[in-house]
Each structure stands twice: as C-alpha cells, then as structure tokens.
Design a protein around this ligand. Structure first.
Ligand SMILES: Cc1cc2nc3c(=O)[nH]c(=O)nc-3n(C[C@H](O)[C@H](O)[C@H](O)COP(=O)(O)O)c2cc1C
Length: 350
C-alpha cells in the first residue's frame, strides 16, 4: 500500500483517454471520522465531503476516491451519444489570486499554483458503456457511500427546448435505472457553445428541463449544477424556477474567461471555465446569496458548495455560508489525500 504522499492521480500532461484507462485501485487507509450527523439530499453520509462532476472519469475513479474519504462521488457528466474530448491542453494552469467581477482574461502559468482553465467539452462514452459502468460501480461501492451521476443533453441542430429536455430526461432516467443514488443535470458548461451550457442563465428553459427530468426520475434526489450567477435578482429567478423540481443546487461550476499565453490567446480565443482556488470567494458569495433566498422562501432545497475548496477552513467557511455539502474537484485531483487531511483537521478542531 502506498503512503498518502505518493497516491496516484490524474496526469494533466497526458490525454483524457490515457487517464480514463489508467485508473488507480481503491486504497485502504484509516479514514478519520467527521463529528456530527451528515446527510446528502436526505440520505445519510459520514461527512459533508464529495467530488463534483469532472475528476471521476469512470467507475474505477469513483471507487478510488470513495476509498480516500469522499462520501459522495459524482460520475463525470455523460450523454446520450459518445463525444470525444477536446484537444490538449485540457487543464491549463493560470495566474490568478481571486477572480473579480468583470474579469475577461487571465495569463497562462507554466506551473500549477492552484487554479487552472478546464477544457474538455464534456466527453462521454456511448450510453451502453457508461450505463453498465454505473451499475457495476454502484454494486462495488461500499454501503454509506453515494454515487451521483451527472448528465447533459447533446443538442442537435434545430432542436427545440422540448427536445433538449427530453434528452436530459432520458439520460437521467438511464442513470437511475443503472443504480445511481442521486442524479445531477449540468446546466452550466462554459466550454461548449450550445445552449445546454448556458441553461442556468435562462430560468424559463431551466425550469422546463428540470421539471421534465423530475418527472422522468421520480422521487430520487435530483441536483442541478449551475455556473456563476451575475446578481441576486438572477439568483432569485433561477431558484424560483427550480423550486418545484430540484432537491439541491450545486455551485459554482467555474468562472469563464479567455486565457492569454504571451501575445496570443489560447483555445482559439474562446472562453474556458476557471476552476480551483481563484474561484473560492466568488463561489462562497454565491452560496451565501442562495442561502438567504432559500431562507426567505422557507424552501428545503439544499446547496452543494463547489469551487476553490482546498482546506478544512474552506469547508467550514462554506458550511457557515449555508452549504449542506462541500465538493472538491481541482484540489482533489492535485492532492488525492486531501479528504483525509481535511477530516483530520476537522476532527482536531472539534
Ligand atoms: C477536470 C475537470 C473536469 C470537469 N468536468 C465537469 C463536467 O463534466 N461536468 C460538470 O458539471 N462540471 C465539471 N467540472 C467542474 C467541477 O465540477 C467544479 O464545478 C469546478 O472544478 C469547481 O470546483 P474546484 O474549484 O474544486 O475545481 C470539471 C472540473 C474539472 C477540474
């Protein structure tokens, strides 16, 4: 067994396919307890810690991170059709302390300092492949760990919002039939140009899709993943649109900017989602705003805090801001032992 310092992890210098194939095996460490009673969308869990959609490319990655002390593992966003990953770089480090309002561009960095631009385009295996994989993964996942599956529509030319909703709902239903404990729809991907990537900015369309998904999945916990919302008024409209269908809202997917390397813009000048430490403050602010709105409405929608979490202090700040759960992508990819470190710190602070 390896020590926590030498745990295998995603290699950003290799392709998505390379990392998909080379999955670490689950480890057996003593995982520190987190004091308190925790639940996720009404289901009991041992801690507020989880992995959001993205880092876990398939079921074996889910099993590995579950063994590292994460209690909710999210299977990377899948589709009704196979889709290839964008060309490398898929993970481009950037220089940034904290993103600020109106930021449009960030400089590329040569080494990873906690923040990167993410450029995958939501690749997916064929449904037959991911459905069988979800089923096998749920069967192998220990009791008490939850498997969430993230889905997105694959928009075709000429599709109406009805078509988009139907495609989302079909994928969500397949995920549930395959054994997912929780299903998530991604309404925010800054890296795709189709409207599924911006649904969270259109409350009417978001409501139509979310209602359709809810009808398809029955009573199972259902999460909507959203991006960076520009104002309190926009947050209120979105919350109201999702109130009849959604168990929880996960935020924040990322903050989109262009990335400059010297004199030229990377990614053909298109914006990419900035993820990691630099979105901590913006995501925390957004969680606070949604929590206030939820309290005003006496709603029971839960909030999943995502964005820039890399320490027990960050977890405590999210919980204080009103998050019910805290999910880590970037920090968990660069430091797979982080859940154990956070759990130890939370235990010591108790
Ligand atoms: C490698 C990578 C891939 C991602 N892919 C997805 C995805 O497929 N679907 C999704 O909803 N979010 C995706 N995300 C966004 C994360 O779920 C998360 O919202 C974001 O990384 C912010 O969290 P962090 O600051 O802890 O990284 C991805 C993020 C990373 C780093």
């Amino acid at each position: 067994m390896c020590s926590s310092a030498e745990l295998p992890k995603y290699d950003r210098h290799q392709s998505y396919e390379w990392n998909y194939e080379r999955t670490p095996s689950p480890v057996s460490f003593d995982i520190p307890d987190v004091a308190g009673d925790w639940s996720f969308c009404g289901l009991p869990v041992d801690s507020p810690l989880g992995i959001p959609a993205g880092p876990l490319l398939n079921g074996r990655w889910c099993l590995y991170y579950a063994s590292l002390g994460f209690d909710v593992v999210t299977y990377k966003t899948v589709r009704s059709k196979a889709r290839e990953c964008y060309a490398m770089p898929n993970l481009q480090p950037v220089e940034c302390d904290q993103v600020s309002d109106g930021i449009t561009e960030l400089p590329a960095a040569s080494t990873m300092k906690g923040t990167w631009a993410v450029s995958y385009g939501m690749p997916s295996m064929e449904p037959d492949v991911w459905r069988a994989d979800v089923e096998a993964t749920r069967n192998k996942l220990p009791q008490g760990k939850l498997l969430s599956v993230s889905v997105v529509a694959t928009v075709q030319e000429g599709w109406t919002i009805d078509d988009i909703a139907t495609d989302y709902a079909m994928c969500a239903k397949w995920a549930v039939e395959s054994g997912a404990d929780v299903v998530e729809t991604n309404f925010s991907c800054p890296n795709v140009s189709t409207c599924d990537g911006q649904l969270y900015q259109n409350p009417d369309a978001a409501q139509q899709v979310a209602d359709c998904v809810r009808t398809a999945v029955g009573q199972i916990p259902y999460i909507v993943k959203i991006g960076h919302v520009p104002s309190r008024a926009a947050a209120a409209d979105l919350l109201d649109a999702l109130s009849t269908s959604t168990s929880a809202i996960a935020m924040t997917n990322s903050v989109a900017t262009q990335v400059r390397d010297g004199t030229h813009l990377l990614f053909d000048g298109q914006r990419r989602g900035i993820c990691g430490q630099a979105i901590l403050d913006a995501s925390l602010d957004q969680v606070s705003i949604f929590r206030q709105l939820i309290m005003e409405r006496k709603s029971d929608i839960e909030l999943i805090g995502v964005g820039g979490i890399s320490s027990a202090t960050d977890v405590q700040r999210y919980l204080a801001a009103g998050a019910n759960a805290c999910h880590l992508a970037t920090a968990a990819m660069t430091n797979p032992g982080i859940a154990m470190q956070i759990r130890s710190s939370l235990e010591a602070a108790h």
